[in-house]
Design a protein around this ligand. Structure first.
Ligand SMILES: [Zn+2]
Length: 464
């Protein structure tokens, strides 16, 4: 009996040693010089599929996320639950993916005890790499913040901007001018009266305000703020005022790749995919995914010039909205089923306003005339059923987890006629997809946790 037990112990120890050896092997995995993380907030497999299908049938194009990175690279799924719940917010998810440690919802790379774990961008800095943050959200928003700095709560916007100034990322591009400017200035929200745009300029940053200035920008350090808060949805965007995600990615790659002997880490986020999910805006998600893919194609082009130098990663933080393309009956129960397909994504493409802009236009007390005009002008081929009209006029929620009365009712109108239904106006627990192509990509294979994603990044970046 005793001998048997000893043998068992030997087997267990050998297995353990073999496991350790495998990890050590991974330590020795080729380290990329550059890492580009393309981050689609609120996007999981269902949204990627919408991007793939709509790009093929409407744009007659390949969708690089699925058709190149997921197909030819290493592919995995990540669980997203934070420390204090099953469903995550963006702050906790990005914190786990940046530090390799779980935190509570709302926290920015900081544990409940107040411990600040090292972020991806802190590691990159200490490894002598250049760093860049690009987003269509406010630049101090939860995901870019969690990849670089620390806060007990994601709403500490002013402190996050202060930490950016101290950290000096080489490139900062996005929205969120409000927390760079004092309250005394139009659009400014800072309580301490400081002008942080001036403070960045003093540190040698080139400041850019619109698309033209971004295209002409020269210089190693770049601060571009293109909106007071979030940047516009694709369908509402004025291309002269606000650059596309791809235009921002291009400017960031140009600035980061010049004179960078130790390489760079660039984080590029599309936030509109998440906001559109909250609003149940299928057309908005579709167009944001196309914008994301344009930026990804640029990153893949950059990589193709020196494939052994650059790792490109495509991922998201959590799913938003419980999107499910399905089928429905056209009218009464006896009608034939209509399977969601080409005609339905064509209907999405004909919508000429985001649901967010539609709701802002209608205001809190919509008039029936304004509502009729909105539907006729921007939603060709759609009819607003009586129950949804009533919900908008009374500003009542469809259900308690549909928090945005106008947006969600319009989203339900679109769903009834296209089959793009939504389960919620919030986040869900669907695991997120991760695809990686380049040196170190294999680490991301398989079903892992979002903290594993962070640990792999730290392993690949190194740093002191
Ligand atoms: Zn969200």
């Amino acid at each position: 009996m005793r001998t048997q037990r000893s043998w068992l112990l030997v087997v267990v120890l050998l297995t353990f040693a073999w496991g350790v050896d495998r990890v050590a092997g991974a330590e020795g995995a080729a380290r990329p010089k550059n890492i580009i993380i393309l981050f689609a907030d609120g996007v999981a497999a269902t949204q990627w599929e919408l991007g793939r299908y709509s790009a093929r049938v409407l744009r007659k194009q390949s969708f690089a996320a699925t058709d190149v990175v997921f197909k030819d690279g290493a592919f995995g799924l990540l669980s997203t639950d934070p420390l204090d719940a099953f469903v995550t917010d963006s702050a906790a998810a990005a914190s786990a993916m940046s530090t390799g440690v779980k935190v509570d919802n709302s926290a920015v790379s900081m544990t409940p005890a107040g411990k600040a774990h090292r972020t991806v961008m802190e590691a990159a800095k200490s490894a002598g790499k250049k760093i860049g943050l690009v987003t269509t959200a406010e630049i101090y928003d939860a995901s870019p913040a969690a990849f670089s700095v620390h806060a007990k709560d994601r709403r500490e916007s002013q402190s996050i901007v202060d930490q950016y100034l101290a950290m000096e990322p080489d490139v900062l591009l996005g929205g969120g001018r409000d927390y760079f400017l004092p309250k005394s200035v139009p659009g400014g929200k800072r309580a301490d009266g400081k002008d942080m745009v001036a403070a960045f300029a003093q540190k040698g940053y080139r400041i850019v305000r619109d698309t033209r200035e971004l295209k002409n920008a020269k210089g190693a350090k770049l601060l571009g703020l293109f909106a007071d808060e979030d940047m516009a949805f694709e369908v509402d965007r004025d291309p002269a005022k606000e650059p596309s995600m791809a235009e921002m990615a291009k400017a960031a790659l140009d600035a980061l790749s010049a004179a960078s002997p130790n390489g760079f880490v660039l984080f590029v986020e599309n936030e509109n995919t998440d906001t559109a999910g909250h609003y149940n805006d299928a057309a908005g998600v579709m167009r944001a995914l196309w914008a994301f893919d344009e930026a990804l194609k640029l990153a893949l082009d950059f990589r193709s010039k020196a494939p052994n130098d650059t790792l490109v990663i495509v991922t998201g933080d959590h799913e938003t909205g419980g999107l499910s393309a399905t089928y429905a009956r056209r009218g009464a129960a006896g009608d034939a089923r209509v399977y969601t397909g080409i005609a339905n994504v064509e209907m999405l493409e004909r919508i000429t306003i985001s649901l967010g802009a539609a709701a802002r236009g209608l205001g809190r007390k919509p008039s029936p005339e304004a509502l009729d005009k909105l539907i006729a002008q921007h939603f060709p081929g759609f009819q607003l059923d009586a129950d949804l009209r009533e919900a908008i006029m009374n500003q009542s929620q469809l259900d308690r987890n549909f928090s945005y009365a106008t947006q969600n009712a319009l989203g339900r109108m679109v769903a009834r006629q296209t089959g793009f239904y939504w389960g919620t106006a919030g986040h869900t627990t669907e695991p997120v997809a991760v695809g990686a192509i380049g040196p170190g990509a294999d680490l991301f294979k398989g079903y892992q946790d979002n903290t594993d994603f962070g640990r792999h990044l730290h392993r690949l970046i190194g740093g002191r």
